[in-house]
Design a protein around this ligand. Structure first.
Ligand code: F6R
Length: 248
């Protein structure tokens, strides 16, 4: 894993958006689709703001872009204010020219007995699109990527998981209290993420500095699933000074 420390999250977000835009344009020039794995939460907000700006002011088109989001709470209606479906439309998809049929977000509305087969279909769809060209990641304080909480295997695939208590505490403000935070989520697996050709993980703020240290310098282990990124040969961590503060 290669770490880059940027001046602040604004500067880091612009650099990440620029990399994504360059990739979209490079693929466009070759007549190819660009397959993006996308994250929600607070970390990527400025990346999406910048991509929207580039669409509006610089003619960046998403006509050749296919997206796969990492995760969704379970159960969760699409239209709920806390849904990742709503987040993605609100921050990105409603403001760019992506084809609605090219947007894929794990479905939080399925009967529980259908999720296994759904997860396999999600994986097949990524493969059929040509695999993830680029995967954007945040990191949770538990060391989750997507919602792969501690205990997730390196070869895990899209599936239903139980959210860690710390993750639910961190989500409580968005739900008006921890009791309203769903206990489960549907998430791409660690194995799904590691197949991406390129991975960029963002971490902003002091709250992330202990887990960033463990992820970059710790032993590779399912107790900190983000450590599996150490096995991926084309991953960059983009960190602000606070998130990188504990690194050697
Ligand atoms: C979101 C996701 C999560 C978040 C992580 C950090 O789709 O997969 O892994 O990236 O929980 O969340 P924030 O950015 O809100 O600190």
């Amino acid at each position: 894993v290669h770490s880059v420390v940027v001046k602040d999250s604004a500067e880091g977000s612009l650099a990440i958006a620029q990399e994504i835009a360059d990739l979209i344009r490079e693929k466009q020039a070759k007549g190819e689709n660009c397959v993006l794995g996308l994250a929600t939460g607070s970390s990527p907000v400025k990346v999406y703001d910048e991509l929207v700006r580039m669409h509006k002011n610089e003619g960046l088109s998403f006509a050749n872009v296919i997206t796969f989001n990492l995760d969704e709470y379970y159960p969760m209606d699409k239209e709920a204010a806390q849904s990742y479906w709503f987040f993605m439309h609100d921050h990105l998809f409603n403001h760019v020219d992506i084809k609605p049929e090219n947007v894929n977000i794990p479905d939080g509305t399925l009967p529980v007995e259908e999720i296994r087969a759904y997860g396999l279909r999600y994986e097949d769809k990524i493969e059929a699109a040509g695999g993830l060209d680029f995967q954007l990641l945040g990191i949770g304080r538990t060391g989750h990527i997507g919602f792969n909480e501690p205990g997730s295997a390196v070869n895990s695939r899209t599936r239903l998981i139980t959210l860690d208590h710390i993750t639910r505490v961190d989500a409580a403000k968005d739900f008006g209290g921890i009791d309203n935070v769903p206990r489960k989520a549907v998430t791409m697996g660690v194995g799904t993420i590691l197949k991406a050709k390129r991975i960029v993980l963002m971490a902003w703020g002091q709250g992330k500095s202990p887990i960033v240290k463990e992820t970059v310098e710790g032993e590779i282990s399912s107790s900190v699933p983000a450590t599996f990124l150490q096995k991926h040969e084309n991953t960059t961590f983009v960190l602000d000074p606070s998130a990188s503060a504990e690194l050697k």
